[in-house]
Design a protein around this ligand. Structure first.
Ligand code: AMP
Ligand code: GLY
Length: 424
């Protein structure tokens, strides 16, 4: 089949890399893509801002399956546009993508269908929000309702911090319309894990649980980022807990969305808080995680394009999805200064050498080409990924590869997968 992938980050590089290995793929396109994908797919200079143009391209090129990476086009209705034209697409409708697009919708859905999550209140005014914080006390969590590029959540350790977050979201319009209402919720203790699942709206096939590292510095210090690394499988998610997550979270939410007339298909990402044998939902995302995808897909034994087409067409067969017994680790190399301002255009050295290493793949996240050289072009630059027989060996291989790579002011964490290693 002819497959088109949409997006340009590390997650999309991992999707393209895995789809390129699918026996059922004859031709692979990516729009707009990045330099890391150039040998794997034909890049198409279309932006994700014009959804009709993307659908025109898919029609002209007789694309059999389009795979959407990021959330924004999903929330804007790309799947609805493609399906109206009879084009198969992997990703939920705009209405179903509201599980990510509106935290208020997502929390109300969970409350209505008894899906475990933190106690919360949806607030439409600052007074209401502050009164709730006053009543509950700190620590407490303030969330902008709409999409805020992963920056709309403040975990406030004091009431003052919570008030400041409410001010900047509601009065300061920090996230525009996304902050017109906020969700205030109880602080949850525990360890987080990301459980992604393939679904066609009826059948759910969970992937291997992963854990990402949101803080920029070692020891989970410093500001939150899009993710500084990830590993899978995450041992915090025992087989028992994984089954519990399927039974109490994934199955009920897919059924709830269907019951609400918003059938969900694509990848559903459940961010979970695990405390002993208790599981609560932190958030849902309507897409693959970044950088979770970079560690989950290398462990997939199966034809990804066939699985995704099954999700799109409503005939997903769980027997198509098998998992390797190995482990994968991804270390993000970022531009110094990220998640705040950082320099771009720094030459990246060592890529050719690392390409020769066994069990290692470097996913590009923020790179471009200048004067024939690969240079930095974003906050997160590379996702250096390795597969090994266990987490420890994957960590070793990933960091050996990292040591061969460099660019000016490169920053990475030295402790990716520490929680898994500490358990041993
Ligand atoms: P979200 O965008 O909803 O995933 O939130 C970003 C991060 O904030 C999560 O990954 C958690 O680390 C943290 N977080 C969100 N909600 C809570 C909560 N209720 N209790 C504790 N931490 C939270
Ligand atoms: N790694 C977190 C996310 O993709 O939302």
């Amino acid at each position: 089949m002819r497959v088109l992938v949409l997006g340009s980050g590390g997650r999309e590089h991992a999707l393209v890399w895995k789809l390129a290995q699918s026996p059922s793929v004859d031709k692979l396109f990516v729009a707009p893509g990045n330099p890391g994908m150039q040998d794997l797919a034909e890049s198409v200079a279309l932006s994700l801002d014009n959804l009709d143009e993307l659908a025109d391209f898919a029609q002209q090129e007789k694309i059999d399956l389009t795979v959407v990476g990021p959330e924004v086009p999903l929330v804007e209705g790309i799947s609805d546009i493609f399906e109206a034209r009879g084009l198969a697409i992997f990703g939920p409708s705009a209405q179903a993508a509201e599980v990510e697009g509106s935290k208020a919708f997502s929390k109300e859905l969970m409350a209505k269908y008894n899906i475990p999550t933190a106690f919360f209140k949806i607030c439409h005014t600052e007074e209401e929000a502050k009164a709730f914080v006053e009543a509950k006390g700190a620590p407490i969590v303030v969330k902008a309702d709409g999409l805020a590029a992963g920056k709309g959540v403040v975990v406030a350790m004091t009431k003052e911090e919570a008030f400041a977050a409410i001010d900047s979201m509601m009065a300061g319009h920090k996230f525009g319309a996304a902050g017109a209402q906020v969700v205030i919720e109880e602080f949850m203790e525990g360890e987080e894990a990301s459980l992604l699942a393939f679904t066609d709206g009826k059948t759910i096939v969970p992937m291997i649980a992963a854990q990402d590292h949101k803080r920029v510095n070692d020891n989970d210090e410093g500001p939150n980022t899009g993710g500084m690394g990830a590993y899978a499988p995450a041992p915090v998610m025992t087989e028992e807990l994984r089954q519990k997550a399927v039974d109490t979270v994934l199955e009920p939410v897919i059924q709830a969305l269907a019951a609400e007339g918003r059938p969900y298909k694509g990848c559903l990402y459940a961010g979970l808080m695990i405390n002993g044998d208790d599981i609560k939902v932190v958030e849902f995302n309507a897409r693959f995680g970044d950088p979770e995808t970079q560690v989950v897909l290398p462990l997939l034994d199966g034809d990804l394009a066939k699985i995704m087409l099954g999700c799109a067409q409503g005939n997903l067969d769980p027997s198509w999805v098998q998992w390797s017994k190995q482990a994968a680790v991804c270390v993000i190399m970022a531009s110094g200064g990220y998640p705040n301002s950082y320099a771009k255009g720094k030459v990246i050295n060592g890529l050719a050498k690392v390409a020769q290493l066994p069990d290692v793949v470097v996913f590009h996240a923020g790179t471009s080409v200048a004067d024939g050289q690969i240079v930095t072009a974003g906050g997160r630059v590379l996702g250096v990924t390795a597969v090994g027989q266990d987490i420890a060996s994957a960590v070793d291989k990933a960091y050996k590869a990292v040591s061969e790579l460099d660019f000016e002011q490169a920053h990475y964490r030295h402790d990716i997968a520490w929680r898994a290693l500490k358990r041993k």
